[in-house]
Design a protein around this ligand. Sequence first.
Ligand SMILES: C[S@@+](CC[C@H](N)C(=O)[O-])C[C@H]1O[C@@H](n2cnc3c(N)ncnc32)[C@H](O)[C@@H]1O
Length: 418
Amino acid sequence: MNSNPAYSNSNGYYAQPPQHQRQHHHHQGMNRVRRGPRGRSRDGHGSDIRVSEATKQPEGAPCTDFDMAYFHSYAHVGIHEEMIKDRVRTETYRAAIMQHQSCIAGKVVVDVGCGTGILSIFCAQAGAKRVYAVDASDIAVQANEVVKANNLSDTIIVLHGRVEDVDIDEEVDVIISEWMGYMLLYESMLGSVITARDRWLKPGGLILPSNATLYIAPITHADRYSESIDFWRNVYGIDMSAMLPLAKQCAFEEPCVETIVGENVLTWPHVVKHVDCHKISLHELESVTTSYKFKSMMRAPLHGFAFWFDVEFNGRAIALTNNHAPSQLPNNHTVEGQQRRKRANPSDALVLSTAPEDPPTHWQQTVLYFYDPIEVEQDQLIEGSVTLSQSKENRRFMNIHLEYASGGRSFVKESVMR
Ligand SMILES: C[S@@+](CC[C@H](N)C(=O)[O-])C[C@H]1O[C@@H](n2cnc3c(N)ncnc32)[C@H](O)[C@@H]1O
């Protein structure tokens, strides 16, 4: 076991990079790398980039070794290439920025986690007066070069540091950020958007995306199970069933990031968490629990549960948010903790969806598989609860506690998204 705190944890597993590993079919055992001192540009680059020295107390969570490793993983080109090549993601953000042009033109924007600077540039193209492009990763050096090469240095100010540490000496009209991790909350980057909101956003300011929803649904996936597990029953004519317990553990102990399709899903999804970016608090993100009750729409082996999310870019949500407490929002009490069929009115706002029935994205879906499938009949109830909580040891990791009962039997599955 590695004694380096940025790598190891109490179970002896190793940290994973976040988004750039998203295309890996079975999301296990990837290492993150540690980085050097925070907020330093590399020699010879970006001499005019503004580097945060964090001389005062940070506004949000203190920067840990895990955070440094996290930012270091974002210094690799591959992660940005993957995100930018995800056209569903990038084009939806661009469309949302253009759709909200009237709120952006002539206004001050902060891009929380600017990466290569692409969203900041979209905002400049939409007519922003000034954009603060903040990133703690060394990718900020390249962002600054990209900004200069596009003659946007008068508009876009690249700040190399954490949003918790950098100083911006004015209030901003708009916050833009692509903060979503696997199953929405992995990576815990939303906390940094909340910190930016509470530090700089003007009352009535715009946050894009404005809200987000995480879903869970029971799934059947016989091909996947057979490819990883049943395979061992007959290997070149040899009975290797003795491998089954190990195969189940290795394949299904941790959540799997992979693509499923609508046919895998046994019934309508249930809303685990609805996030109103204007209202959500840091404390609310520490632990999320919901109880669910599904009725299977078909007779099939139940192999596990899938999670996915969508985010909405809804400038009009600001008016609602400013005038109502969250519990009074029109659909809040009907959304969270209940099964939701489809958005009541999909044309209401631009939506970036990672649902199995929608075009695939680099987030894919996240699946929790059982070690053994459970046969369910049509209309059979599947009920239980799920709790997602930030790991105490590394808040970028997520503990998942899943309880489920069907046909008179009940189970518990504990896993960690690392
Ligand atoms: C998912 S990437 C998005 C990059 C870019 N906005 C895009 O859409 O291509 C998130 C970026 O946010 C940065 N980031 C995450 N938390 C941050 C924080 N607290 N302060 C500054 N940057 C942060 C990461 O280093 C990473 O580059």
